[in-house]
Write a protein that binds this ligand. Structure first.
Ligand code: F0G
Length: 463
């Protein structure tokens, strides 16, 4: 007889490790020096000074042997490489769009879409902003309007689909500015800045109905759509038996087009694309891609990169793969919750977001609590996360003042197929210790501020 009764059976990753990359262990004194030299901005740390890197899941994924072997089949022709055609076929097959233009990463596709569709004076409603998406919309002369449901701005609210659009907010905007001033509704799933929160199929269908009523187009940021599809499968009625591939196809069928940073779902290190059924947009994108990226059959990528992307699409729709990915984040979140660490709920698809306002209530928002917390966690254990709060939100275009977002968060993001459960345990223990001495943590002062996307390069000093 076993000593202890088994309460539940576990799951594990559907892969094993074939190659390893050593990571450096550092001392606290070394890390204190490193973060000071980096101006208390984790983006400015040298990667070799980082132990567990949870800065992002973007381009930091482990490719499979199937993807790596494809890298050897790169057809490095300037024009018409066979990897391009294979990738195009897979975009058609899995996302359901006829036309496809590769780009070197997601923001390059955002750039093209924004330039093609937005006129100065336009308004672009969306389910919360993403930094690069909003900036490209603004650089094209548009104004981004957040029409996400209020629950998305409340970190502890457990609404299962916090990525949903508030239909009333959307219709109010359409009525106020007129449908002609809205080039498209900009939807993302899951919503990165809200904590990796999905939209539901029900909400998507309702948004589509409203869009059709006013003749407004819809475009999707499908960067992490596999995670959104997974949440629909497990949380929404009627989708339990549908495959991830079928759900992704159904989501995409509601949009005129999508843009994608392939550095996430597709589990590659570089790449992006846009895809659409609108031939006019396709032709314009093909015209423009040669100015900014490269020929329309490579868009700033090598043939081998496109091969790895094409194979990544086939792997991303594998249920066991996405289940293990989200499962890892859930494991981390539940461990933190056991110790009452304030995190954004429900647990999202790509990251755990610490609620810095609750974690450090004694630091005022304009003294950058999330920035200070990310720096403190790095000093404690060499774990690198990133600020997603007032620094990321930037300044108001008109007044020049800081935007004060409700969400003041530190994001701990998991690259796909990279870290083990032991890495997660080390991270979680570090956060518990930092939490125990949170009252001693002080705020920061910004001493250098770049003009665009300031969070990447801003520098701070300790107050
Ligand atoms: N859209 C979303 C939802 C993203 O998360 C990102 C990038 C982009 C577009 C831009 O794509 O980086 O390939 O140019 N997000 C990364 C992150 C940087 O860490 O969340 P990119």
């Amino acid at each position: 007889m076993a000593k202890k009764k088994l309460v539940k059976r576990s799951w594990a990753e559907p892969y094993k490790i074939k190659m390893v990359e050593p990571i450096k262990m550092t001392t606290r004194a070394q890390r204190e020096k490193a973060i000071k030299a980096a101006g208390y901005n984790t983006f400015l740390l040298k990667s070799e000074d980082v132990y567990i890197d949870l800065l992002t899941d973007s381009g930091t994924n482990a490719m499979s042997d199937y993807q790596w072997s494809g890298m050897m089949l790169g057809d490095e022709a300037y024009a018409g490489s066979k990897n391009f055609y294979y990738l195009w076929d897979n975009v058609k097959r899995y996302y359901g769009f006829k036309y496809f233009v590769p780009t070197h990463q997601g923001r390059a596709a955002e750039h093209l879409i924004s330039k093609i569709l937005i006129k100065p004076g336009d308004f672009i409603p969306g389910n919360m902003y993403f930094t690069t998406t909003k900036l490209h919309q603004e650089l094209a002369g548009g104004t981004f309007v957040d029409v996400i449901i209020d629950e998305a701005h409340q970190p502890q609210n457990t609404h299962p689909f916090k990525g949903n659009i508030d239909l009333q907010k959307l219709e109010d905007l359409i009525k106020k500015v007129g449908p002609k001033k809205i080039p498209y509704i900009s939807m993302a799933g899951p919503v990165n800045m809200a904590g990796g929160q999905p939209f539901s199929m029900k909400n998507l269908k309702a948004v589509r109905k409203l869009a059709d009523k006013y003749g407004v187009k819809m475009w999707l940021d499908a960067t992490r759509i596999t995670e959104n599809a997974y949440f629909i499968k497990i949380r929404e009625k009627g989708y339990k038996t549908k495959s991830i591939a079928a759900i992704i196809k159904e989501i995409c069928s509601h949009f005129e087009g999508i843009w994608v940073s392939a550095k996430k779902d597709l589990m590659v290190n570089i790449g992006g694309f846009l895809a659409t059924n609108n031939k006019r947009v396709f032709n314009e994108a093909r015209n423009m891609v040669v100015i900014y990226e490269g020929l329309h059959t490579y868009g700033g990528l090598a043939g081998r990169d496109m091969e790895a992307m094409a194979r990544g699409i086939e792997e991303m729709v594998n249920y066991d793969n996405i289940h293990a990915r989200v499962g890892q984040i859930e494991y981390f979140g539940h461990r933190l919750m056991e110790y009452d660490i304030p995190i954004v709920l429900p647990i999202g698809g790509h990251a755990i977001f610490l609620d810095a306002k609750k974690f450090l209530p004694h630091i005022k928002q304009d003294q950058f609590p999330a920035q200070a917390l990310a720096a403190e966690i790095y000093v404690d254990s060499g774990v690198r996360g990133m600020e997603r709060g007032i620094v990321s939100a930037g300044r108001d275009k008109k007044t020049g003042k800081h935007i004060y977002p409700n969400l003041e968060l530190v994001r701990l993001t998991f690259p796909r197929r990279v870290y083990t459960q032991a890495h997660i345990d080390v991270t979680f223990e570090s956060i518990v210790e930092v939490y125990d001495r949170r009252k001693k943590i002080t705020g920061l002062k910004m001493v250098y501020e770049p003009k665009y996307l300031r969070f990447f390069q801003a520098r701070f000093k300790k107050l």
